[in-house]
Design a binder for this molecule. Structure first.
Ligand code: HDE
Length: 708
């Protein structure tokens, strides 16, 4: 087929050689390499006559078009990917023999695919949902796939319930509504009939489910795995990813608006950051429990609806991943990557977690349909870096051309090759776990506690986070038509917290809890700091997007000073004006605005700065859409900076905004995230930068509770 002819494939880190279509080629050809002179007119019998069957170019072109789509993923259909590399900080030989976890100088290539779960491939990025965080490590031992999420637990304990969960969460089967949303009857009907969902539902309704960016969310392997060292000792392990930019969320009202204004918000954010060289970075962490401590905890470590609280099992940060290259082609790479939970390398093994056990079957099975047969690992993005040598043959889309006569083992005709390795430490050896027991369809009693960790999560939330969870319940359950289901939600969540249940009841027209709450375990800890996003680092404005509002006559010195200072700190600024035509400053210098108001919206930015300039401010304050822009930024709790005449514009805005104290002289006033001064002094800039880094001013919600 179309091997590159004019230029060799670009050399890539880690030797992943994409199968490049010859984009440098000058003349069109068919798929069989026949040169084409006309691709705009089909072959006809006479200029006004019928098209002829013999037009092989026409038939091939249309045939290829007809078959461009492949089935989207049944879950996690909407996703975005990136290439990068992983490096371990210190050899991890104590716990594992996995080679990519030994040498700090070695860069292991990775491909990450972030995704939502429920929506179709064309759905919006910012819906309330769990995010997928799937990482493939192309290691010297073969491919290792860590197919995780941004929430550390899951709705159900046994994989056999996955089809039920997904049928309940997906659009309802009669009318295919709603798209990419859990806010409907069947999801909540499933929840109230499945108490083990309680803990994950609490996370789903928290701010974790509306991340600001893929680059600002944690990742988790969720299931319990094993690490195995050279001596054959095993350790239970949970995997974590920590974003270096900290964890940050959107506001629900904002998330919904972005879904309309820019459905590709997260996809573009990831792409642009990488193009700008602001590479997303995540530290890799492990929580380790030695085999001998398996039953030491007040939860079952094989139960995927439970976290291992960090106070009990600390996270050790063992390495870092950097995402530094965008895919060349969305379909070839991001769509065709076939993650399989069973892609393991020596030194990493599975546990008996019943969710993980089921996943080991599902992923490979699903690829057969999605990618049209058993040869999906021959697709470039799925190929390991190391040689593939075996007797597997044929099937749809075989890309290899096997040589010789033998395709069986044992053989003598090919001197016995390929044959299993002699060194047992080289190949994959399954951990020889002791297994004994009766065949039963039964859940272990140790999986029975569904509420105590949900309560731990609730108790660990900051006040604003609790308010957001209650509002999320009001939104989600408010959209449930069946009144009995709404009542059951209230009753179920009274097992998590009585005050939470009362608050839900009030919002959804249900009675205060009518059931007797179940007895819960008393946990060793009452709160866990790691669960609250309020405790995430808030010390950088790197990659934050700042809107600068200006019209002709703006104060050029103020704009330049603030813009340069923000850019120097790694933030991204965009000047927004009425039109894209050049605008002159009051000093007479022209700049070209980056955006016009009509094509953007305040929800697409992290903060706003308005420089002074009498004419500019006069024009801005007479435009409703400008005031709207500022009011929305205020309502969504974002930092707003204004200098000189621009302070007056803030007074024109929403009454809630006017509650903030504003500067009237050269002193800098910073109140509720509104930073003002008559001049853009260094002190003003420092306050503005610190204000943006804080991400959101939840205290403002007291004045103007953000509607859902
Ligand atoms: Fe998945 N999941 N899942 N899942 N999952 C799929 O595989 C499945 C679960 C996750 O970017 C499917 O290629 C079962 C937990 C991610 O390509 C499918 C169960 C976690 C992705 C499948 C689970 C995940 C998938 C659909 C047992 C977090 C996207 C398409 C209850 C640890 C990967 C595909 C990508 C995709 C099955 C539960 C994460 C059908 C049976 C828990 C990130 O095989």
């Amino acid at each position: 087929m179309n091997k590159p002819t004019s230029e060799p494939a670009k050399k890539r880190e880690g030797n992943i050689e994409p199968y490049l279509l010859d984009s440098q080629g000058k003349q069109l050809t068919t798929d069989t390499g026949v040169k084409i002179n006309d691709t705009d007119n089909s072959l006809r019998a006479g200029v006004r006559g019928p098209t002829l069957m013999e037009d092989f170019h026409f038939r091939e072109k249309i045939m290829r078009f007809d078959h461009e789509r492949i089935p989207e993923r049944v879950v996690h259909a909407r996703g975005s990917g990136a290439h990068g590399y992983f490096q371990v900080y210190q050899p991890l030989a104590k716990y594992t023999k996995a080679k990519f976890l030994q040498d700090p100088n070695k860069k292991t290539p990775v491909f990450v695919r972030f995704s939502t779960v429920a929506g179709s491939r064309g759905s919006a990025d910012t819906v309330r949902d769990i995010r997928g965080f799937a990482t493939r490590f192309y290691t010297e031992d073969g491919n290792f796939d860590l197919v995780g999420n941004n929430i550390p637990i899951f709705f159900i304990q046994d994989a056999i319930k996955f089809p039920d969960l997904v049928h309940a969460v997906k659009p309802e089967q009669n009318d295919e509504v709603p798209q990419a949303s859990t806010a409907h009857d069947t999801f909540w009907d499933f929840v109230v009939n499945t108490p083990e969902t309680a803990h994950t539902v609490m996370w789903l309704l928290s701010d974790r489910a509306i991340p600001r960016s893929f680059r600002m969310m944690e990742g988790f392997g969720v299931n319990t795995y094993r690490l195995v060292n050279v001596q054959g000792e095993a350790f239970f392990v949970k995997f974590h990813w920590r974003p270096l930019l900290g964890m940050h969320s959107l506001v629900w009202d904002e998330a919904q608006k972005i879904a309309g204004k820019d459905p590709d918000f997260h996809r573009k954010d990831l792409w642009e950051a990488i193009e700008d060289g602001a590479y997303p970075e995540f530290e890799f962490g492990v929580q380790i429990i030695p085999e001998c401590d398996e039953c030491k905890f007040d939860f079952d470590i094989l139960d995927a609806t439970k976290i291992w609280p960090e106070e009990l099992v600390p996270v050790q940060l063992i390495g870092k991943m950097v995402l530094n290259r965008n895919p060349d082609n969305f379909f070839a790479e991001t769509e065709q990557i076939a993650f399989c939970v069973g892609n393991l390398v020596p030194g990493i093994d599975v546990s008996d977690d019943p969710l993980l056990q089921g996943r080991l079957f599902s992923y490979m099975d699903t690829q057969l349909t999605r990618l049209g047969g058993p040869n999906f690992n021959q697709i470039p993005i799925n190929k390991p870096l190391v040689a593939v040598v075996n007797n597997q043959r044929d099937g749809f889309h075989q890309m290899m051309v096997p040589q010789g006569r033998t395709a069986y083992h044992p053989n003598s005709l090919n001197d016995g090759y390929p044959m299993p390795g002699m060194d047992k430490n080289e190949g994959y050896v399954h951990y020889p776990e002791n297994v004994a027991g009766r065949k039963v369809r039964q859940r272990s009693e140790s999986f029975n506690d569904h509420f105590s960790q949900a309560t731990l999560f609730w108790n660990s939330m900051s006040k604003p986070e609790k308010t957001h969870i209650v509002k999320a319940f009001h939104f989600e359950v408010g959209k449930v038509g069946d009144v009995a289901t709404r009542q059951k939600v209230v009753d179920m969540f009274s097992n998590v917290d009585q005050s939470l249940a009362v608050a839900i009841a009030q919002g959804v027209g249900a009675k205060a809890p009518t059931n007797k709450t179940q007895t819960k375990k008393t946990l060793n800890i009452q709160t866990s700091k790691a669960l609250s996003m309020a405790n995430t680092p808030k010390d950088t404005v790197k990659t934050r997007k700042i809107a600068i509002l200006a019209m002709p006559g703006f104060n050029g010195k103020e704009l330049k000073k603030v813009k340069d200072a923000l850019t120097a700190k790694g933030a991204k600024t965009e000047v927004i004006s009425q039109f894209l035509s050049p605008i002159a400053s009051m000093e007479g210098e022209e700049i070209v605005p980056d955006r016009n108001f009509i094509s953007v919206s305040s929800v697409l930015y992290d903060a706003v700065f308005i420089p002074g300039g009498e004419k500019s401010i006069d024009a801005l304050s007479h435009k409703r859409y400008v005031l709207n822009f500022v009011n929305e930024a205020f309502k969504h709790c974002k930092a707003i900076g204004a200098t000189s005449e621009a302070i007056a514009l803030l007074k024109e805005a929403d009454s809630a905004l006017q509650e903030a104290k504003l500067a009237s002289d050269n002193n800098v006033v910073s109140d509720l995230g509104i930073i003002t001064s008559m001049t853009p002094s260094n002190e003003f800039i420092d306050e503005l930068v610190a204000g943006i880094a804080k991400h959101r001013y939840w205290a403002r919600e007291k004045n103007d509770p953000t509607p859902a």
